[in-house]
Design a binder for this molecule. Structure first.
Ligand SMILES: Nc1ncnc2c1ncn2[C@@H]1O[C@H](COP(=O)(O)OP(=O)(O)OP(=O)(O)O)[C@@H](O)[C@H]1O
Ligand SMILES: [Mg+2]
Length: 357
């Protein structure tokens, strides 16, 4: 079994604490993605799991055994970095077999392992080339191959695709999803790209400033964020945020910046009192024809992407809102738009940014 358990894990560099008490359970064979803005601690947390960075406080278990003080080579993990230094003078085959040769594994066994990894990664025809004769994506696959031959219980990836161009990233993303199915191992994958996180993860861990902001499946985070940070981080284009005030016995939110329009809100368990300042969150794709609520807006700009049309619209001194229209090709800048939505899709957040449910 190769599940992981983190309890109260902390990391300080000198006087500065960068990981501030992380509790996390990762199931065996799960594909877990750490996502968050630059500097939030993703790489540090991964390096602590790998054993490349000592853990200042708390406990790390892998497969049920405490690993805090276990040597990196004995943790049953393999790590693939963003910058993967392949040996330039070695062929693909030699690069992939290097760790096994170093460990004194017999030649026929090395050949078997390397051939198996090459099959999984579709590197067969490239085995005798040197790194400089490969594309970026092919080099990345060789770097993954080097990790596969070690048969780790847990794979750690730190932004492995960030050096690749957009098209190759999408291709490698699909390859990685396939690889996870074929290898059936635990994968922890770091990225700051929320699309990568949404598409690859069984479970996403959103990190913010050294703490866990929320853990959930991609759709749990998308549909049911716990706070403004997660609501704004997950989803592209971003969720719209409108500041308002609870009114009419909790049944509506008044939007002073949008010409004092009021929108109905679904009944909430916590019944916020009238006058409570709130932020209303509405995703661009929450706007739908036939929704029982609406906002009157002026369209400032239209973007036709072919399959989608985005309207950028505002009213009064309110912020510009992004609205995914259902490919309304006739909509023009300057037009009035009654942007309809279902009141139940509007999320409310309190002044501290926590979700009101
Ligand atoms: N060796 C170190 N000494 C001191 N501070 C460090 C060290 N390594 C990282 N930090 C700090 O710890 C914090 C977290 O860094 P980390 O590299 O984990 O961020 P990250 O989430 O991986 O960011 P990015 O997306 O930019 O890679 C940052 O504020 C960084 O400056
Ligand atoms: Mg990093």
């Amino acid at each position: 079994m190769s599940g992981l358990k983190l309890r109260g894990v902390r990391k300080s560099f000198g006087a500065i604490e960068v990981i501030k008490g992380v509790d996390l359970d990762i199931e065996s064979k799960e594909f877990v993605v750490f996502v968050g803005p630059s500097g939030c601690g993703k790489s540090t947390l991964l390096r602590m799991i790998a054993g490349l960075e000592p853990i200042t406080a708390g406990d790390l278990e892998i497969g049920g055994a405490r690993m805090n003080d276990v040597d990196p080579s004995k943790r049953g993990i393999a790590m693939v970095f963003q910058t993967y230094a392949l040996y330039p003078h070695m062929t693909v085959r030699e690069n992939m077999g290097f760790a096994l040769r170093f460990a004194g594994v017999a030649k026929p066994e090395i050949a078997r392992q390397v051939d198996e990894a090459a099959r999984i990664l579709e590197l067969g025809p490239l085995m005798n080339r040197r790194p400089k004769e490969l594309s970026g994506g092919q080099r990345q696959r060789v770097a993954i191959g080097r990790a596969i031959v070690r048969h780790p219980q847990v794979f750690l990836f730190d932004e492995p695709l960030s050096n690749l161009d957009a098209e190759l990233r999408v291709h490698m993303r699909i390859e990685l999803a396939r690889l996870h199915k074929e290898l059936a191992t635990t994968i922890i994958y770091v990225t700051h790209d929320q699309v990568e996180a949404m598409t690859l993860a069984d479970k996403i861990v959103v990190l913010r400033d050294g703490s866990v902001a929320q853990v959930g499946t991609p759709l749990q985070l998308y549909d049911d964020p716990d706070n403004l940070f997660v609501a704004g981080f997950i989803g592209s284009p971003k969720m719209n945020f409108l500041s308002g005030v609870v009114a009419a016995g909790g049944s509506t939110v008044r939007l002073p910046d949008y010409g004092d329009q009021s929108i109905p809100v679904a009944a909430l368990r916590s019944r916020p009192a009238d006058g409570t300042p709130v932020t209303v969150g509405l995703r661009p794709d929450h706007f739908k024809r036939g929704g029982a609520a609406h906002l009157d807006l002026n369209v400032e700009l239209i973007e036709h992407l072919g399959s989608e049309t985005y309207a950028y619209a505002r009213f009064g001194k309110g912020e510009v809102l992004t609205i995914a229209t259902q490919n309304d090709r006739d909509l023009k800048a300057g037009a009035r738009l009654a942007a309809h939505f279902d009141p139940a899709s509007a999320l409310l957040f309190d002044a501290a940014g926590q979700r009101i449910r």
